[in-house]
Ligand binder design. Structure first.
Ligand SMILES: C[S@@+](CC[C@H](N)C(=O)[O-])C[C@H]1O[C@@H](n2cnc3c(N)ncnc32)[C@H](O)[C@@H]1O
Length: 250
């Protein structure tokens, strides 16, 4: 008994981010697993639209996987809360994959951006895989590269490192030894809490979509505008996806 899973990176929002390798994978699966959670109907609809646009090999079966609640924002032990959530996902998804995929069939997850970047889908699938379930990863255009392309900037400066970090780790300020920091998963406006001297920000929200917003400039000059534009967009859409690069001039 063998089943195959494909983790297909679909890019950060623009349907044209989907690679030819991803299109081939979209045409190969039998079952599409769609992870659903409150407030992300738009993302589920977008995944279905990507399949509708690129699939020419006929109908497929879609199986929705309800995501367990994410309690960790208030959890006293963040790591333990995330580990528990991942276990729940592994058990639920593992059971579904085993019951929904017949011998020799292929299932797929369409993963936002690139499957290797701030995504637990890959870690969960790696855990549920066993001798009877194989998996492969198809890379995608990440929000990081969507951001740098839209601002037409290199990600790194010559010979220098880059840090990619969740916003919650910025609380203590930028690390001393890194001058280029990409911030993701910002539930608020962490950039506005930093001392702005010497920092330039390249900010992008809903990159690659019709709602795309781009603002760049010295942090001290544009932080207020970003907060205003971001708050307004979040209210209008009901959710927010933004990424930014903070660059320290020395
Ligand atoms: C769970 S992570 C997924 C990242 C994804 N795997 C990638 O490669 O971009 C979600 C975060 O990615 C960033 N992000 C994803 N898509 C974005 C977009 N279209 N515009 C701006 N930021 C985006 C935001 O920082 C968001 O909080």
């Amino acid at each position: 008994m063998m089943r195959e899973l494909l983790l297909i990176g679909i890019g950060a929002g623009d349907p044209d981010h989907v690679t030819i390798q991803a299109v081939a994978a979209i045409n190969r699966f039998d079952v599409l697993f769609l992870v659903t959670k409150d407030g992300t109907d738009e993302l589920v609809a977008l995944r279905r639209a990507i399949v509708a646009r690129h699939r020419t090999t006929g109908p497929y079966r879609a199986v929705e996987l309800a995501d367990p609640p994410r309690p960790w924002r208030d959890a006293p032990d963040y790591r333990a809360a995330v580990a528990h959530w991942r276990e729940q996902r592994r058990d639920v998804w593992g059971a579904e994959v085993r019951s929904e995929l017949a011998d020799g069939q292929t299932g797929a997850f369409l993963v936002w951006g690139d499957p290797s970047l701030y995504e637990s889908t890959l870690a969960v699938v790696a855990e549920l895989a066993d001798d009877t379930i194989t998996y492969d990863v198809i890379p995608g255009v990440s929000a990081v590269h969507a951001l740098t392309a839209r601002h037409r900037i290199p990600l790194n400066r010559v010979g220098r490192p880059v840090l990619i970090t969740p916003a919650r780790l910025l609380a203590g300020g930028l690390p001393d030894d890194v001058d280029d920091v990409v911030v993701m998963l910002d539930a608020g406006t962490a950039f506005a809490t930093l001392p702005p001297d010497g920092l330039t920000i390249y900010w992008g929200a809903f990159l690659g979509t019709e709602d795309e917003l781009l603002i760049a400039g010295p942090l001290g000059e544009v932080a207020g505008e970003i907060v205003r534009v971001r708050t307004e967009a979040k209210q209008r859409k009901g959710w927010m996806f933004d990424t930014y690069l903070l660059r320290r001039e020395r």
